[in-house]
Design a protein around this ligand. Structure first.
Ligand code: NAP
Length: 305
């Protein structure tokens, strides 16, 4: 769907920025929020790198984007967050092509994937949304840090990060598994990593932020909503359009926000609305070192195998 008029008007009024000549890399850019982010950044002049696991789907999405924005540069790179070797190959390709990146958006994610694991054997939801994103970020950071300009690093969390607690004895749901619980915990872990990184990068050229889309009926959310049956059906009009949900990233780069801010809808507990700065829940800021230590240890175990 082409960018709607209300979204264009909002951008012109509230996210008035010229991103011509700048490059935005978005993971999971072929669908949902990632695709809408492509449209919105293309609208303000940016070129796009789509980092996707399925290049056929990415080519289809690229065709649609070029039909809407014919004079822009859009390229595709293969990236599967559920595989460390794919992440390493992706990072090697970015370096080989010496890609200049102004904004790097960790958007890709999954929901409801019981009994599935990543190539390294991590439960798939935690393994993709957090471990994969963490590994990718740590691998790409030294390269981004060498770029001679500011780089926005934006992690996509969810407002549900507030509604769970990390349990290091059941981090991957190995003892007790719940679809919602593992998803919410993956997003809490990512929110904590975002806060850790924002602090660590301090005055460097890397500006770290979190965004959340509220709720929008993308493939990921439809999976959850189907299970809600009639209740979900009646409440579906409360949700955001995908294009409205996607505005948070553009909001970040077009405003002078405190480092580490989380931006997303705030109405109905964070479900819908235009992007605003959120109050960061304490859960995202406490014990971040503990999480990083645990994560590094889990990753290092896979290297010894
Ligand atoms: N929609 C919501 O209501 C909502 C709410 C809160 C947070 N979020 C977050 O927003 C982000 C975008 O989700 P969405 O709603 O736009 O869902 P979506 O339309 O299902 O998009 C998810 C994207 O992630 C990609 N992806 C999944 N696994 C991957 C992997 N292993 N490697 C690389 N890419 C992978 C998907 O690729 P394929 O097309 O190949 O599957 C797709 O491009 C996610 O992080 C999600 O958790 C969404």
């Amino acid at each position: 769907m082409a960018l709607k008029n209300n979204i264009k008007k909002y951008i012109e009024k509230k996210c008035d920025i010229d991103y011509s000549g700048k490059t935005v890399l978005i993971t999971g850019a072929n669908s949902g929020v990632g695709f809408a982010e492509c449209e919105e950044f293309l609208f303000v002049g940016a070129n796009i790198i789509m980092a996707c696991r399925n290049t056929e789907k990415a080519e289809e999405a690229k065709k649609k984007l070029l039909a809407e924005f014919p004079d822009r540069k859009i390229s595709i790179l293969k990236l599967d967050l559920a595989s460390f070797s794919s992440i390493e190959e992706f990072v090697a390709e970015v370096k080989k092509q010496k890609l200049d990146i102004d904004c790097f958006i960790n958007n890709a994610g999954v929901f409801r994937q019981p009994n599935k694991t990543t190539a390294e054997g991590f439960e798939l939801v935690m393994g993709t949304n957090y471990i994969g994103t963490y590994y990718l970020t740590q691998q790409i950071l030294p390269y981004l840090e060498k770029l001679a300009h500011k780089v926005y690093l934006i992690n996509t969390v969810s407002f549900v990060y507030k509604y769970c607690k990390l349990d290091y004895d059941n981090f991957f749901g190995e003892k007790k598994y719940g679809n919602f619980k593992i998803y919410a915990c993956s997003k809490l872990a990512l929110a904590k990593f975002t806060q850790y990184l924002a602090k660590k990068e301090g005055d460097s050229n890397i500006k770290v932020y979190g965004i959340h889309p509220g709720i929008s009926m993308t493939p990921i959310a439809t999976k959850a909503y189907k299970r809600l049956g009639k209740v979900g059906y009646w409440f579906r009009f409360m949700f955001n359009s995908t294009q409205k949900s996607a505005l948070a990233s553009l909001y970040v780069v077009s405003h002078d926000l405190p480092i580490g801010a989380i931006v997303g809808p705030t109405h109905f507990g964070g479900v819908r609305g235009y992007p605003k700065i959120n109050k960061i829940h304490k859960k995202a800021t406490i014990d971040t070192d503990k999480l990083i230590k645990f994560t590094e240890s889990e990753i290092s175990k896979t290297k010894k195998k």
